[in-house]
Design a protein around this ligand. Structure first.
Ligand code: HH2
Length: 275
């Protein structure tokens, strides 16, 4: 599906350049920036800023997924009410907009109002309509690994692989083309900090699915586990994780801090190109 910038997400992925997805949380309770962009004018200004800083995609969410628990569930109507004054204006900025929702009804509304990519943090396994919707609308979708709670005893990478295999079965049954699927191991979701680190270390193994990988390590708790800092002071750790993820083949990184990420990736690419 072409966006207002004329480039679809699938076209952007074909460039082979790592893509930067900027996070826009229109929520009161997101773990690192809750309440900062609940006001529509502040949200649109933040999107504009991320686009100016070089974001390739803007990911808008109106329900905190709270990787670390404590999220207040939001109805589809409330989610849409938060998105309505923001999403169409952000879509008009040009780069593709992604909708971070686990509800097919919200995703359907967002596609009607300018979104070009779905981001399902339950990897097609919570709302049974999600896969059918993506297939029917012919849009790409991020399929993220998740668990209700962390279990430190399990092999997390094997769990992610089994989850992805199940999601792909669901996608196939719904007639969703593999070329529309991006896999995401869900850093921080249903994982201990050590398991998040193990997951990041195992990206080459997950690349064996042959699909583009998205990594969202931005400001997450595993960073503080190895280098204590509150969420707003985890930029260094976020950059380190995303840079290594890109070196391991990640196609998209999902970040709160667009300008420093674009700079880090640009400098790394310049050095690699000079080798
Ligand atoms: N992380 C968060 C939310 N959505 N989507 C994908 N695909 N991958 C992620 O890693 C991911 C995600 C959590 O970050 P944030 O949006 O800042 O927090 P919250 O869910 O509390 O709004």
């Amino acid at each position: 599906m072409p966006t207002r910038s004329g480039r679809s997400v699938v076209d952007l992925l074909r460039t082979g350049r790592p893509l930067v997805m900027g996070v826009l949380n229109v929520t009161p309770d997101s773990f690192s920036d809750g309440g900062q962009f609940l006001d529509p004018a502040a949200a649109i200004a933040q999107a504009r800023r991320m686009v100016a800083e070089g974001a390739d995609i803007i990911d808008i969410g109106a329900e905190s997924t709270r990787p670390y628990g404590g999220a207040t569930p939001v109805s589809a109507a409330d989610e849409i009410a938060r998105l309505a004054p923001v999403l169409p204006a952000v879509a008009a900025l040009g780069p593709p907009v992604s909708i971070d929702t686990m509800k097919a009804a919200v995703a359907d509304w967002a596609l009607d109002h300018g979104a070009a990519l779905l981001n399902d943090v339950w990897g097609l396994q919570r709302d049974p309509e999600m896969a059918r919707l993506a297939a029917r609308r012919g849009v790409p979708i991020v399929v993220m690994h998740n668990r209700d709670e962390a279990d430190p005893a399990i092999d997390i990478v094997a769990d992610i692989e089994a989850f992805f295999a199940r999601s792909l079965e669901i996608a196939d049954a719904a007639g969703l083309d593999r070329s529309q699927i991006v896999l995401d191991p869900g850093i921080g979701f249903g994982k201990t900090p050590d398991q998040s680190i193990a997951t990041l270390a195992a990206l080459p193994r997950l690349a064996a699915f042959g699909l583009p990988l998205l990594v969202g390590a931005s400001r997450k708790r595993f960073i503080a586990h190895v280098s204590p800092a509150p969420p707003q002071e985890r930029l260094g750790g976020s950059l380190a994780a995303h840079l290594l993820a890109v070196l391991d083949g990640a196609a998209i990184v999902r970040v709160h801090d667009v300008a420093p990420t674009v700079q880090a990736l640009t400098v790394a690419a310049a050095i690699r190109n000079a080798r």
